[in-house]
Design a protein around this ligand. Structure first.
Ligand code: TXA
Ligand code: MG
Length: 352
């Protein structure tokens, strides 16, 4: 691998927490590690600073950002009310991979909330993120630190690939432990609504607050592949990716058959699987994202595996599917998005 450079086009890579905190206070853009994925931070109170995030990422301006805080007291400056369910979830899961949607009180820049009357807030648990946020003392708006549409960055190197030359600083904290983004929950209604599955599972949320509804958008994405509701391309590798569903044997047989067909057509084929099955396939590239026997490892390795296919130049990618309970629900949500809704049901395709 190429040696990391200390700076290119004004991006300082080897900065410390102090320097990164000063940069945030000065309205600069700093990428930093969190336990989920790397974030691209700016002072959430400055419209000018936040707008630079959208530019650097190439992100549509109608997609609101999450505000990160390092101390519980900062929440009171951001939101007008904290419902009981929100209080319970904070007690249980902060600091950690949970974002709460709450009514804001007009203290963050309009570009953060995309004009909504709510704001997403989270307190990350990564020690470097917490130290940075506490040192900076300002609320920090931070989406994932990738170019819009690409898989989220779980290592400093991924941020470098996507954003060198477009941001001011990059704080390196090693690989992210969770590997998928925070769970987003709207607590403005009586029954909390899950908007995005993430590092905290639906089961854990229900255990804390009882009933949790699932946003209709999540069902729509799963049931109506490639629907217009799936507004933006997300987490997607460059190659055409297909998620293959079905009983284990059907799924594996179908993946191999599709890979063989595509290879015969001259395509450069990648298969996304787990450690346990690496030897069961033949294609140009067979890549593991973790161990099926340890779902957290799959969440942790997923985005790096998707990026690897891009590096290798795969133009057709077949991905195994997983169960839908616990953290698998999050993994499957990201795989569906990466595949832009392209799903093949193994048995149907076998009989056709
Ligand atoms: O783990 C994470 O959450 C990472 C790290 C850096 O903290 N951040 C992240 O940010 O994933 P981003 O911008 O990639 O995703 C923010 C999500 C989007 O789905 C956005 O639509 C939603 O949060 N969101 C933000 N504010 C919202 C609001 N007021 N109402 C509804 N959804 C909101
Ligand atoms: Mg993102």
């Amino acid at each position: 691998m190429e040696q990391p450079h200390a700076s290119v086009d004004g991006l300082k890579r080897e900065i410390g927490i102090r320097e990164a905190a000063s940069m945030l206070q000065e309205g600069k853009l700093v990428a930093f590690p969190t336990e989920t994925v790397y974030g691209l931070g700016a002072d959430a109170r400055s419209d000018e600073a936040v707008k630079k995030i959208f530019q650097a990422k190439g992100r549509p301006s109608d997609n609101p950002l999450i505000v990160h805080i390092g101390k519980r007291e900062q929440l009171d400056e951001l939101v007008s009310t904290l419902p009981e369910t929100g209080r319970v979830l904070i007690e249980r899961f902060w600091p950690g991979p949970l974002t709460l949607i709450l009514p804001h009180r007009g203290t963050v820049a309009p570009s953060v909330t995309a004009g909504l009357d709510t704001v997403g807030v989270r307190m990350p648990s990564h020690p470097v993120a917490l130290a940075l946020l506490q040192e900076a003392g300002v609320p920090v708006a931070a989406p994932s630190a990738n170019r819009s549409g690409r898989p989220s960055p779980t290592e400093a190197e991924h941020v470098w690939e996507d954003l060198a030359g477009k941001i001011d600083g990059l704080l390196d904290g090693g690989p992210a432990g969770v590997g998928v983004e925070s769970t987003v929950v709207d607590v403005t209604e009586k029954i909390p609504i899950l908007l995005r599955p993430g590092g905290i599972t639906l089961e854990a949320l229900k255990d804390a607050v009882g009933e949790v509804r699932i946003d209709s958008g999540l069902h729509a994405e799963a049931q109506r592949p490639r629907s217009p509701g799936m507004k933006y391309r997300h987490y997607a590798p460059n190659g055409e990716m297909w998620l293959v569903a079905g009983a284990e044997d059907d799924m594996m047989r179908t993946i191999q058959r599709l890979a063989d067909d595509a290879t015969a057509q001259g395509r450069r084929v990648g298969i996304l699987t787990t450690d346990e099955r690496l030897m069961r396939y033949e294609a140009d590239w067979v890549i593991s994202c973790g161990r099926r026997s340890e779902p957290e490892s799959v969440a942790r390795g997923l985005y790096a595996a998707l990026r690897r296919f891009d590096e290798l130049g795969a133009d057709y990618i077949l991905a195994e599917s997983f169960p839908i309970d616990g953290i698998w629900f999050t993994v499957m949500n990201r795989l569906q998005k990466a595949a832009e809704g392209r799903i093949i049901h193994a048995e149907e395709s076998e009989s056709s």
